[in-house]
Write a protein that binds this ligand. Structure first.
Ligand SMILES: NC(=O)c1ccc[n+]([C@@H]2O[C@H](COP(=O)([O-])OP(=O)(O)OC[C@H]3O[C@@H](n4cnc5c(N)ncnc54)[C@H](OP(=O)(O)O)[C@@H]3O)[C@@H](O)[C@H]2O)c1
Length: 266
């Protein structure tokens, strides 16, 4: 009889943008599963407490590094520090990202470039730098954070939607190129997830969140995404590459996560 293997124990994982929100949930989940995790954000003082909490509670160890994913040299130093600390690199989760909501005509060239740089180029830097280490060392697994806004249009999300759509195609393309090197590359496309970033951007409160068992008419927990990431990097997903897994429950007809009023969230 076959038993599915979701094990990540003893693996080394990088999770970018893990001082809060989805990235933190992913780092905690992988570490709870016994992986050593290296996490980053733009500020050492914001990732240090997360690493301390993981090192106290989890089986795996956690290294916290200040790294802006928009800066190639910082990403190179982050990957180098991770390999030095844990002796290799098996998993990369390109989670760092963000946005502001604005009509297309109001977004300045600088504003547009910033969102594309953070979401798309941050992912490119991570994939190229970590991918080199993985390919030299016999393979690895990469998960990129897309969004339902990269799959379906929503007003106010032109810059973010364009960047996330590009991440989906980037994932598909690189998956075909690196398969022979043993590197699997997949995407997760979350719907609306309760995080500090969403609270700030959309003004959504996390009070009275329905339980995870409820699949419709709720927004997601970071853990809803983290569990899918763990699946994608585990042996259970050995035959999956170049895919985008949508994780959004049933928010409302039409698939967009932009209209939160129908969920009673605004
Ligand atoms: N929440 C949702 O509903 C949702 C839906 C779809 C997709 N997503 C995607 O999921 C990912 C995480 O979203 P979230 O809601 O958890 O975001 P969040 O609460 O805003 O957290 C973003 C994280 O990324 C870090 N970060 C931001 N810019 C960075 C940079 N340049 N370099 C390194 N780290 C950086 C932040 O840390 P510092 O501020 O300390 O640097 C923070 O840890 C993003 O890619 C987002 O686009 C989220």
């Amino acid at each position: 009889m076959h038993e599915a293997d979701f094990d990540v124990a003893g693996e080394t994982a990088i999770v970018t943008g893990a001082s809060q929100g989805i990235g933190r949930a992913i780092a905690e989940t992988l570490a709870a599963g016994g992986a050593n995790v290296a996490i980053c954000s733009r500020a050492q003082e914001r990732v240090d407490p997360v690493a301390e909490a993981i090192n106290e509670a989890a089986e795996g160890q956690c290294l916290a590094v200040e790294c802006n994913v928009r800066e190639r040299e910082a990403v190179e130093a982050f990957v180098e520090a991770t390999v030095e600390e844990f002796g290799g690199l098996d998993i990369l989760v390109n989670n760092a990202g963000g946005e502001f909501v604005a009509p297309f005509e109001d977004i300045s060239p600088n504003g547009f470039e910033t969102i594309v740089d953070l979401n798309l180029m941050g992912t490119v830097h991570g994939m190229q730098v970590a991918g080199e280490a993985m390919r030299e060392d016999g393979g690895g697994r990469i998960v990129n954070m897309a969004s339902v806004n990269g799959q379906h249009a929503a007003p106010g999300e032109s810059h973010y939607g364009a960047a996330k759509a590009a991440i989906i195609r980037l994932t598909e393309t690189v998956a075909t190129e690196w398969a022979e090197d043993g590197v699997r590359v997949n995407c997760v496309a979350p719907g609306l997830i309760q995080t500090p970033g969403v609270a700030e951007t959309l003004g959504i409160s996390s009070e009275d969140m329905p339980p995870r068992e409820q699949v419709d008419r709720r927004i997601g927990y970071g853990e809803d995404i983290a569990d899918v990431v763990q699946f994608l990097v585990s042996p259970a997903a050995a035959f999956m590459t170049g895919e985008t897994v949508t994780v959004k429950g049933v928010p409302r007809p039409g698939n967009s996560m932009s209209n939160t009023s129908e969920l009673g969230l605004q």
